[in-house]
Design a binder for this molecule. Sequence first.
Ligand code: UDX
Length: 479
Amino acid sequence: MTIPYPTTPSVPAFTEVAVPSGAPRPRLAFLGTGYLGATYAVCFAELGYDVLAVDVDAAKIAKLASGQVPFHEPGLDELLRSNLAAGRLRFTTSYEEAAEHADVHFICVGTPQRADGMGADLAYVEASVTALAPHLRRRALIVGKSTVPVGTAEWVEQLVARHADPQLGIEVAWSPEFLQEGFAVEDVLRPNRIVVGVKSEWANGMLYAAHKGVFDLAATEEREVPLVVTDFATAELVKVAANAFLATKISFINAMAEVCEVAGGDVTQLAKAIGYDPRIGNRFLQAGVGFGGGCLPKDIRAFQARAQELGAGEALRFLHEVDLINLRRRSRVVQLAAELLGRRPGPAGPDLSGTRIAVLGAAFKPNSDDVRDAPALAVAASLAKAGADVHVYDPQGMENARAAQPTLAYETSMNDAVAGAELVCVLTEWAEFRNANPAELADLVAGKRVIDGKNCLDAGLWARAGWDYRGMGRPAPAL
Ligand code: UDX
């Protein structure tokens, strides 16, 4: 039975519930210490909770336990170390220990795109629940955080019913996360909303207690964190709907960039002008080489696959276009490269052999070392496939990039990457690239040609320094 909860913009009154472990506030476990789980575990320890984080990857656990974050996320290392020292945060590979420790277990494992299609692979969700459930010895709440197809929470409930002692009254809830890489610490400590999908007052009360630290911090800063209490399906859908909207917004402006390119318009000015309308807003309206990362691309595909299964495929058909627009932007960079280098497009795309190209950026966005579905790295690979000698530099993403695309040449600095290049492509808007001095770089290159794949450079400045500048969806600058 689903208890109908009102959707409220402020914190509603909650039933105080007894914490099963008897601790003054719920003890928390985070299952999975990837980007999501590790960030949440550290930040909830920072909020004062007694936290245990679990992963099957012993090397990752050892690294975290020794105070090292296995990925780049600003501010997280210091919080990891201070909370380890304070004794509020521990790491383990034992689900038994997690079962013993926690009142609330957050599922934070990955849900990648399936190898055989567009849907989400729920194998890790299943593995974490079935590993935990048999060890539970008292009442607990299992809360899904991972991004999943709608219907997963009900399925997790069935898994729990099958694998946990039915006498314990284990319950399930769903509470999606909205972390942005690079801002993840802030997004956990100061979220712009909390969404919970629950079926009982008890689950609601436990989740409130598990988030009280967030609400208390907001109160001390005289902020309010909106809370939406809803059913399972809505909670699951909120996350994918939000990501679908963001992806659509980016592809919308990139579609306008395509039109600007043939009509002679400037998409950056267009975005600025439409963004002044508060109904549209100027955020997520930056045209460029498109969106990437571990979330938006896979989430819009999984959402379509799930809607299709449910018989609502038509409703999300536009997301297919969103995906295509996004991928076309990557091809556009290769096309621009060919144009700038005076190469004609052949039947199998342009032939760039014999050219040397510097690619600045590999991560899918700045302040991240994440190269999953990164447009920058995908373009670098396409340029190399077209025959170019591609030299890549990224301030943080080198190790991951090398693992993902081992055949590209990697340089240890921006200057090394651009040295001798006939074309420079800026594909991730790191501050180091945005602030680069075009006059200085001009002395290093073999040809002063630049593609600004993120429209992040001062076009006039580069043009005045003698560069043949091309942005995305904007005309070449007048000198
Ligand atoms: C996204 C959502 O923002 C977040 O709420 C969700 O929890 C996970 O997915 P993230 O993947 O960290 O977060 O990246 P985000 O900042 O959203 O950027 C996604 C991609 O879109 C990046 O490749 C970025 O460069 C690109 N982007 C973003 C644009 O091309 N134009 C824009 O205007 C904004």
